[in-house]
Design a protein around this ligand. Structure first.
Ligand SMILES: [Zn+2]
Length: 478
């Protein structure tokens, strides 16, 4: 039987605020355990949480960007469960009255656009962390993360393959980064992803029993875990077995999922409205104020770049992969309007130097103006294409302008005919066999001789002139 995967993703994104969601403690990562705590986030009895307005602003910004309807009235709920890293015995989250509802995110799968529904965007607090490593007897609890604000972004079960899941998460990450609402550092846990996966026979409407996958902390792990789980479920079904609704953990070392616990139902959490927090009333004016802070989103930017700058959609995709890189590109065009040439240099040499990490563009030692300056030298024939590569590397190393480097290193292209003639003569003399081959009609050897001249001139000879002079000289011999 042919099976189809049905996948929904739940993404937890740490909201980029300086202080926690219900107290003034800092949200900094990697500090001394329990140093960023107070009676509120320690869960002491009798304390009262106070909602951080910025958390609402940034969550609303995200929900708007994800095309959600913003609830004019929303409420926090207590999600009750007992775990050592949750001293209150409950997590403050949102349940049946979340902030954002019924949105969507558009991704591109195999060159075709696809809308993936967003069920909800809600706010909640993070829990602490149990530490078991390197502790001989027992465990420690670090409560620095309790009360760190999170957004939970839940998709509809519209995803049909691990690749689609990856595309969805990649686009979501890009949007969060553009909005500057989350730093999306997956290693530090500021972007975490769980998935619900089930299989059903192709053509069937009803969903199969799902399992929940946890602990996928990278794109690679997300994809591998989903691939593994789909195969596991298919084998169970093909053997006539049934899928048990449960939570499974992905183990990246074993590259396998294993059962963690049978799945809680919502009623296991005994949700009820949090009595300590007043319901949140949101008026139109507030929503509009936040809507105005939205930047151009990645999909719009991609489209505009391809249309306005007449660059291939692949280029537009790469150049808009981060807001900073897109800004860099547009800044370059202010000084040098050939959009494709600039794109080529950024996608090639520049990203190579940045080791492909487009987010590091902010610290790039080559400013847009300097890159434009180098392209002008290239156009004016002051440097050759080959020298330009060297000059660019040097610009990256030193942060200097191209013209300065060219002057310092004597890299000016040789366009002096007599100088090039001298080198050509020498090369013909040293390579009599090849010269004879050309005279006998083997044109392919031409490239070799040009290469020799370029080498002899240390790349500084103007290649066009070399070509012409070589042809002329050989013609004479004929
Ligand atoms: Zn606190």
């Amino acid at each position: 039987m042919q099976y189809e995967a049905v996948i929904g993703l739940e993404v937890h994104a740490q909201i980029l605020t300086k202080s926690k969601i219900f107290c003034h403690c800092s949200t900094k990562f990697g500090e001394e355990p329990n140093s960023l705590t107070c009676p509120v986030c320690l869960g002491m009895p009798g304390v009262l949480p106070v909602l951080n307005r910025e958390v609402v602003n940034l969550s609303m910004k995200t929900a708007i960007a994800l095309n959600c309807t913003i609830a004019r009235f929303c409420r926090f709920a207590r999600k009750n469960y007992f775990y050592p890293d949750l001293p209150k015995g409950y997590q403050i989250s949102q349940y049946d009255e979340p902030l954002g509802l019924n949105g969507y995110l558009e991704v591109e799968v195999n060159g075709k656009p696809k809308k993936i529904g967003i069920t909800r965007v809600h706010m909640e607090e993070d829990a602490g962390k149990n530490i078991h490593e390197n502790i001989p007897d027992g465990s420690y609890v670090d409560l620095n993360r309790t009360g760190v604000p999170l957004m939970e972004i839940v998709s509809e079960p519209d995803i049909r393959s691990p690749e689609e899941a990856k595309e969805y998460l990649a686009e979501l990450k890009k949007i969060l980064m553009y909005l500057e609402v989350c730093d999306c550092n997956m290693e530090e846990g500021s972007l975490r992803c769980d998935a619900n996966v089930s299989l059903r026979p192709v053509g069937q409407k009803k969903f199969g029993t799902k399992t929940e996958l946890k602990n996928m902390n990278s794109f690679r792990n997300l994809q591998k875990a989903l691939e593994y789980e789909i195969i596991r479920q298919r084998e169970v079904l093909e053997d006539g077995g049934i899928i048990v609704q449960e939570t499974r953990l992905w183990d990246p070392k074993r590259e396998a999922t294993s059962s963690m616990r049978s799945k809680e139902e919502a009623h296991d959490y005994r949700y009820f409205p949090c009595p300590d927090l007043v319901p949140l009333e949101i008026n139109d004016e507030w929503v509009e104020r936040i809507r105005k802070t939205l930047p151009e989103l990645p999909a719009d930017k991609r489209k505009r770049f391809a249309e306005d700058y007449k660059i291939p959609s692949y280029d537009a995709q790469v150049l808009t992969s981060s807001r900073a890189l897109a800004d860099y590109y547009e800044e370059c065009l202010r000084f040098y309007p050939d959009s494709k040439k600039v794109s080529n240099w950024i996608m090639g040499d520049l990203l190579r130097e940045l080791k492909g990490d487009e987010e590091r563009i902010e610290k790039c030692p080559v400013s847009p103006k300097h890159l434009a300056g180098m392209l002008k030298l290239l156009d004016d024939g002051v440097i050759s294409g080959k020298i330009a590569k060297t000059v660019f590397e040097e610009m990256y190393k030193t942060g200097k302008e191209a013209s300065e480097i060219v002057k310092e290193k004597g890299l000016v292209q040789v366009t002096d005919t007599s100088e090039i003639e001298k080198i050509v003569d020498k090369v013909i003399e040293e390579n009599p066999k090849q010269a004879q081959d050309i005279l006998n009609g083997k044109d392919k050897v031409m490239g070799f001789l040009v290469g020799q001249v370029m080498k002899e001139s240390k790349g500084k000879a103007n290649p066009q002139m070399v070509n012409e002079i070589l042809k002329k000289k050989l013609q004479v011999k004929k």
